[in-house]
Design a protein around this ligand. Structure first.
Ligand code: CP
Ligand code: NVA
Length: 302
């Protein structure tokens, strides 16, 4: 049976740990896994991307496959061809699809009509590949992804939603602090709480950044205005007090990592000073997109 990676929790906890460990191995031997030999993988991007697009293109190449970069505007999707037909057509040519778009439901719909793996490269709701790479980075730096506390400070967006589901699945603590009205999706919180019942996960949603950051091993942030929200500039007003700065970090664990999925808007969700202090971690996260996604592909094409 084909396997997708759209909601993060298609993987079991054990598989997530396995993907992280194998990613760390692949990092040392980038050309050692040829699971994609003779396979063509379509990379459909309806939104801009630097890291995700390049890391998938390079990763598929390193694994012996052919990556095809497909923009929305260059296909009939832009002229209204529906997802159902797009999926059925692409299934006749491609061995897999990596897709970045707006609607999460559309990606789930595509997966119904495309009979090979579909990987979510970011929707308005989730960004699962990012969190796999982040967990790899945490494992490399802290030695474990269990018994940790991750504090997410900022907008309750796709990255925050994915952290919640990952925490519930793997069984670590996730505290998300957002301004009132910008909390994470109720669907993600519900799913995370459901998953956390079976793991040692703990989920906290608050409007107080200090409460979230208290004792955290990881302090994570992301832009206040996500792709597709460019018209909502007034939103920034609500985020005063939610900048990750050195005062906020005083409440975290002494050895806490500061992480950011990038791109960053320095001076908004994070100060330039804090960003530069933790730049090594942040750019490791970006690099690990390559290794973690290759490891995921290897699992999905087993
Ligand atoms: N973090 C991330 O997904 O970056 P891109 O938008 O550049 O792909
Ligand atoms: N939340 C951001 C993540 C970018 C990688 C966005 O959706 O634009």
């Amino acid at each position: 049976m084909k396997r997708d990676f759209i909601n993060f929790d298609e993987l079991t906890k054990e598989e997530v740990l396995q993907v992280i460990d194998y990613a760390i191995k692949l990092k040392k031997k980038p050309f050692s896994d040829k699971s994609l030999k003779n396979k063509s993988i379509g990379l459909i991007f309806m939104k801009p991307s630097t890291r995700t697009r390049i890391s998938f293109e390079v990763g598929v190449y390193q694994m012996g496959g052919q990556p095809l970069y497909i923009t929305g505007s260059s296909t009939q999707i832009s002229r209204g061809e529906d997802i159902k037909d797009t999926g059925r057509v692409m299934a006749r040519y491609l061995d897999g699809i990596v897709i970045r778009t707006y609607s999460h439901r559309e990606v789930e719909e595509l997966a119904k009509y495309f009979d090979k793996p579909v990987i979510n490269a970011l929707t308005d709701y989730l960004h699962p590949c990012q969190i796999l790479a982040d967990l790899q980075t945490i494992k490399e730096r802290l030695g474990t992804v269990e018994n940790i506390k991750v504090a997410f400070v900022g907008d309750g967006n796709n990255v925050a939603n994915t952290w919640l589901i990952a925490g519930g699945l793997v069984g670590f603590e996730v505290a998300v602090a957002t301004p009132v009205g910008y909390e994470p999706s109720g669907k993600a919180v519900y799913r995370a709480l459901q998953l956390a019942k079976k793991s040692k996960g703990k989920i906290t949603i608050t409007n107080d950044p200090v409460e979230a950051v208290k004792g955290a091993d990881v302090v994570y942030t992301d832009v206040w205005i996500s792709m597709g929200q460019e018209g909502e500039k007034e939103k920034k007003e609500a985020f005063k007090g939610f900048t990750v700065d050195k005062n906020l970090l005083k409440h975290a664990s002494k050895k806490a990592l500061v992480m950011h999925c990038l791109p960053a808007h320095k001076g908004e969700e994070i100060t330039e000073e804090v960003f530069e202090k933790y730049a090594d971690v942040i750019f490791d996260q970006a690099e690990n997109r390559l290794h973690a996604q290759k490891s995921l592909l290897s699992l999905l094409y087993k």
